[in-house]
Design a protein around this ligand. Sequence first.
Ligand SMILES: [Zn+2]
Length: 137
Amino acid sequence: MRRRQFLSASLAAPLVYAAEPRPAAVRGQLTQPEGKPPALETREHKFIPLAADAATLGVLQDKRLAGVDLEALGELSSGGVFQVGPIHTKSMFVHKDGSRLLITYWCDLCSIRTYTPGVCWCCQEETALELRKPEKE
Ligand SMILES: [Zn+2]
């Protein structure tokens, strides 16, 4: 019994994180300039251009999110561009009324939630933007 406890304790060590850089975070007002990549305008009025995968870019270019107080997690690259984490890492949050909210898209008809704007894959209706508190893990 004693040995077994020791084993599980050593397996729980977070080896995975050692090799990965700590994600950085940027926060500011989401701006969507015409013909340019989306950017965050910080409180110091600095513009940080954002790069991301297609699904994440879909969110960043969603006109319903223009001007929101956005926090993005990812990595600052050497060119000053902030690379937002891939869509499955849920790296974008809207700060609203003191809450940190996940950006999700919801089809009321099918009760299907997605994380990028577009039509529901089931009924092909446009999904609704829904900001919600992340679920407790
Ligand atoms: Zn649907």
